[in-house]
Design a protein around this ligand. Structure first.
Ligand code: V1P
Ligand code: CA
Ligand code: ZN
Length: 393
């Protein structure tokens, strides 16, 4: 086009829905949808919207949600009313089912709308990759990896990731799903247990007795049978508290490098849960914004269609930092950010008490003792290598 100079690099699309961010899980609940507003205002305050295609996403339709979820579950989700607060933990409402209600997956006003908006953004992002209008599509409002076909779990009601991957599978033969949230991506793993067209890889803290959801051991590679094409296509990287950028980077490069070599994906779906950062209210790792962002950078460099989802993240200012930095990686502006101070007001209001010039890369929180030995990490890579011997693209 005459007169228009498109910046070099990738076409990036950004999908969000401001109505999603207004919902509340409850005063004491760690999931704060307004972290999305904080992230977005930080992203916009750096001027990044000028380097992306920005879309207000629509809500997913019932039929779209039903591409994965059972209709009796969706029907119940659509009609169930909020519980009186505070609810009685000793005597849960007997009319509730599908793990709805209670502390992890409370019923709040507009719940169904919130869920369909999260899925709508993820689905819009996946469609942009299918039509090749985008090379990288970002849906920070998605990433709710614990939701099952007929069950809510761990703050997740609708599995927008599964719905988006099902869309990608219409136009791409093989999708590699990677999950860097501190929790195990159990819902996505289970959804694709029986297909060899999706490989799932989750990095997470693993301590079955004490850390949610308790699944994702190294040797959990899905139901193993010669009749199941999906055997060996679930990879788990269980970790201890305090893992550092340096270790994570080495592990991510080794594990994902090998998965790509063997599986030869045609698209990558990356869940960027920010609760793996140091200082997270629920997480236990020591990752910095750079280490977390290095995973996005690695996936971008593979050079195939990439969808980025949000996920967990319970220290909102750190979530905003990480997803802002990762948006800048997508548009290839990460080096420019170092010389910029954002101007937008919400950023100032939220961050002014921290430091004189808050930077993206300095996150809140004291480091935890690192309980991951180099031997443990080597054993993980060894096990993954052995699993991948069974995988043939
Ligand atoms: O530990 C549990 C359940 C409750 N117990 C019976 C076991 N739940 C966790 C759920 C964490 C969900 C993480 C979601 C994600 O992966 C994706 C969005 O990040 C939990 C925790 C915790 N510390 O692990 N729930 C809560 N804390 C919680 C705290 C206060 C109010 C409500 C829930
Ligand atoms: Ca994970
Ligand atoms: Zn999480």
């Amino acid at each position: 086009e005459a007169g228009v100079t498109r910046p070099k690099g990738y076409n990036v699309s950004f999908h969000c829905n401001p109505d999603m961010e207004k919902h509340h899980f409850g005063q004491t609940h760690p999931m704060k949808p307004w972290r999305l507003t904080l992230s977005k205002s930080l992203i916009y305050s750096y001027g990044m919207s000028f380097a992306m295609d920005n879309y207000i996403s629509r809500a997913a339709t019932y039929e779209e949600l039903a591409s994965f979820h059972a209709t009796d579950y969706l029907d119940f989700l659509g009609t169930v009313l909020p519980e009186p607060v505070p609810f009685d933990v000793e005597n849960p409402n007997p009319d509730l089912k599908f793990n709805l209600g209670g502390s992890d997956c409370p019923l709040f006003e507009g719940l169904y709308d919130y869920c369909s908006m999260s899925a709508g953004g993820a689905l819009d992002a996946a469609r942009k990759l299918c039509t090749k209008q985008s090379d990288i599509a970002i849906a920070w409002g998605g990433g709710l990896h614990h939701a099952k076909k007929s069950e809510a779990s761990g703050f997740c009601y609708i599995n927008d990731i599964v719905i988006a991957i099902l869309q990608l599978l219409r136009c791409y033969p093989r999708v590699l799903y990677i999950d860097i949230d501190v929790h195990h991506g159990d819902g996505v793993e289970e959804a694709f247990f029986s297909t060899d067209r999706v490989m799932t890889v989750s990095f997470h803290k693993y301590d079955p007795q004490n850390f949610f959801p308790g699944t994702g051991a190294l040797d959990d590679n899905g139901p193993q049978s010669e009749h199941n094409p999906g055997s060996h296509h679930a990879i788990n990287v269980p970790l201890n508290d305090g893992i550092t950028d340096e270790q994570y980077d080495w592990l991510f490069n080794s594990v994902i490098g090998k998965c790509i070599e063997k599986f030869r994906p045609s698209a990558i779906a990356l869940q960027c849960g920010a609760d793996s950062l140091a200082g997270d209210r629920l997480g236990r790792f020591n990752l910095q914004v750079q280490g977390h962002g290095a995973c996005v950078d690695f996936c971008k460099r593979v050079g195939i269609p990439l969808i980025l989802f949000g996920g967990g993240g319970y220290t909102p200012r750190n979530v905003a930092r990480a997803w802002t930095y990762e948006t800048s990686i997508a548009i290839d502006h990460q080096d420019k950010l170092k010389h910029m101070i954002p101007t937008h007001t919400p950023w100032r209001d939220h961050f002014r008490h921290e430091t004189l010039f808050p930077t993206l890369e300095q996150i809140l929180g004291e480091p935890r003792p690192n309980r991951n030995t180099q031997k443990k990490l080597q054993d993980i890579v060894q096990h993954v290598t052995e699993q991948l011997r069974f995988v043939q693209a």
